[in-house]
Design a protein around this ligand. Structure first.
Ligand SMILES: Nc1nc2c(c(=O)[nH]1)N[C@H]1C(S)=C(S)[C@@H](COP(=O)(O)O)O[C@H]1N2
Ligand SMILES: [Mo]
Length: 599
């Protein structure tokens, strides 16, 4: 045994004589599921049965968990106490004077010219609300696919600060997919268990439109005087907001001057929402990209993907609280006048005009809410295509990042790396495993000058490549490991791809969760990246069964599902439309993932 536990090539069993003939090379494609899956039906995703989670809870101390449902009665009691206290406070002369001194609205200089809300504010507001619905719902579906949140990148079971799933069972081969939960119908988009592929097209696709809407909003806000309504220009907003809070809580509303300027509590809430929460949602979203994190090493080392994911979730909580408070107050503080101002640009407390526009916009939102899930189940390919059209260019752009190893060191290695996917259960694999992979051959073929069969001894004799890198599963968990093996560039140099070769297909010994073997297509440029390799060692030991023995792919600009485990063959091709279901990978064929996933 070598000192670090890794077997040397002499210690491996001598290879058996090869029984591989040229026809067996062609057979990879025949082992794929060639059907087109174009609907979400019962058999989809390996017929995973629904599985409920548990009410959300937060960890305090080492292993105590607080069930967040308690916040409902606690919140109610606090509200009642708050109202009683606020009412009492207003009878105290000092407080009464304070409220008189700060009635609630700070009028910035030049505010009068801002009287009324222009029509663009109403439209912006409508589009924002409309887009937020699928964004939030699909975001919840993404969370439900790995229903745990951590502060550190290690995603160690028991170390999460939030979960809506039972504790992780002790089975060492428990997978992240088994951990996913179903959401109540109508909540998630889709609410179905492990529908993350589709949820992500909604989330990322609609996000591009939401960001565009936001950008237009920013431009108009600053091009007009509208920013004076949203950005506090004097510290008086602080006492003034406190005064508004007392007035609201005592159920005696402050005077409404919203036609000219918002009250200070509104200004602060709107300011945080527009200028803090929204940009933070964007930045933390990008913080979960594998490609970007190999590029922005320093930031991603300090603020890990899990930190970004947790903050992203806290931003969601802010948005949800904001939406609930905002709607409650709009409806309880002169609803007709508020609707007229926002939807009809008019200052009137008795016309129903604004109300009807609001009602129409609400109808559109509800119709959308009800229709999106059945639509997604019926036309998942369309959702995938539109999603790709919207976010694909960004996925493509980030794929050009070719970073060098060195971001992490031994001390960053995670104590636990989740397992995922469907384990190999074929006789073919069992025979290889039982014989310690002596009969294993990696078959590299297709559009290459020099097709090869390589046994493990030959692979171990090739120049050794090592990297300590972070794994990003599409479901949201992560972890750092040390991978040892052969750089893909070494293989490329041996086989010499022909100029027509554009894609590289990795075939697995394992089947996918539904039918046919697991496979994935990778762009040929990425085969020459510093962080693309075939790993036969993990953390200094031969790769384990669960993590892909005897050989797996690492390509660190991509999400985990593209990193095929238990590799048996590699084929260089011109395009992948004739391979399997034609979508460039098992998950893309069956679960509507994308063939590029750098975010
Ligand atoms: N053959 C095969 N490879 C696979 C999968 C699979 O189901 N089958 N799952 C993928 C997914 S979704 C992830 S996140 C990683 C997980 O690797 P790990 O189990 O070593 O952490 O393997 C990928 N490779
Ligand atoms: Mo994954």
């Amino acid at each position: 045994m070598a000192i670090d536990g890794r077997p040397t090539s002499d210690e491996l069993p001598a290879p058996a004589t090869s029984n591989i003939n040229p026809e067996s090379l062609a057979s990879f494609r025949e082992e794929l599921d060639q059907r087109k899956h174009d609907v979400v039906d019962e058999t989809w995703a390996g017929s995973m049965p629904a599985q409920n989670g548990v009410p959300p809870r937060i960890r305090f101390g080492h292993s105590k968990w607080f069930n967040l449902l308690w916040l409902i009665p606690i919140g109610f009691v606090l509200l009642v106490i708050g109202i009683a206290v606020a009412k009492g406070l207003r009878d105290i002369p000092v407080i009464a004077q304070f409220v008189e001194r700060y009635p609630g609205t700070v009028f910035p200089a030049g505010a009068e010219v801002n009287g009324g809300l222009p029509a663009w504010v109403g439209w912006q507001h409508f589009f924002n609300g409309l887009l937020m619905i699928p964004i939030i719902r699909s975001g919840l579906s993404i969370l439900a696919d790995h229903p745990r949140l951590y502060w550190s990148r290690h995603s160690t079971p028991g170390r999460e600060w939030f979960r809506m799933q039972k504790p992780v069972p002790s089975d060492p081969l428990y997978t992240a997919k088994q951990d996913s939960i179903t959401l109540p119908n109508g909540v998630g988009l889709p609410s179905r268990r492990h529908s993350i592929g589709l949820a992500r097209w909604w989330h990322l696709g609609i996000n591009t439109l939401w960001l565009l809407n936001g950008l237009i909003f920013y431009i108009l806000v600053f091009a007009t005087g509208h920013w004076l309504r949203l950005i506090p220009t004097s510290w008086d907003v602080v006492p003034s907001a406190a005064s508004v809070a007392i007035q609201y809580l005592s159920l005696d509303w402050p005077t409404d001057d919203a036609w000219v300027a918002y009250n200070s509590l509104q200004v602060i809430a709107y300011f945080i929402t527009v200028f803090v929460a929204a940009p933070l949602a964007f930045i933390t979203g990008l913080g979960m990209s594998p490609a970007l994190s190999t590029k922005f090493k320093w930031i991603s080392s300090v603020f890990s993907i899990q930190f970004a994911r947790s903050l992203h979730f806290l931003v969601l909580i802010w948005f949800l609280l904001f939406i609930v408070m905002h709607i409650t107050l709009v409806v309880t503080t002169g609803a007709l006048s508020n609707f007229n101002m926002m939807y009809a640009s008019r200052d009137s407390a008795d016309s129903w005009y604004g109300f009807w526009i609001f009602a129409a916009s609400l109808t559109v939102m509800i119709a959308l809410w009800v229709a999106v899930t059945p639509f997604t189940n019926r036309h998942p390919r369309l959702v995938q295509r539109i999603g790709y059209a919207l976010i694909g260019p960004v996925q493509r752009l980030f794929e050009h990042i070719d970073s060098k190893p060195g971001q992490y060191t031994e001390k960053d290695i995670s104590p636990y790396l989740w397992h995922n996917g469907k384990y190999p259960e074929t006789q073919e694999y069992r025979d290889l495993y039982d014989n310690n992979f002596a009969d294993y051959r990696l078959r590299v073929s297709g559009l290459v000058e020099n097709p090869v069969h390589l046994d493990l001894r030959q692979l171990r004799e090739m120049p050794h490549h090592e990297q300590i890198t972070q794994h990003f599963c599409i479901q949201g968990w992560s972890g750092v490991a040390k991978w040892g093996g052969v750089s893909m560039q070494t293989i490329v140099d041996v086989v010499k791809p022909k100029p027509e070769a554009k894609w590289v297909i990795f075939y697995s010994l394992a089947e996918g969760s539904d039918s046919g073997i697991y496979y994935d297509a990778q762009p040929i440029e990425q085969m020459s990246y510093h962080l693309t390799m075939l790993a036969y060692d993990m953390n200094g030991e031969a790769l384990s069964y669960g993590h892909g023995a005897p050989l797996r792919l690492r390509n660190e600009v991509q999400l985990g599902f593209k990193l095929v485990k238990w590799i048996k063959g590699i084929e260089f091709v011109e395009d992948f439309s004739e391979i399997g279901g034609g979508e460039g990978g098992y998950n893309n064929d069956h679960e509507f993932f994308g063939y590029r996933q750098s975010i």
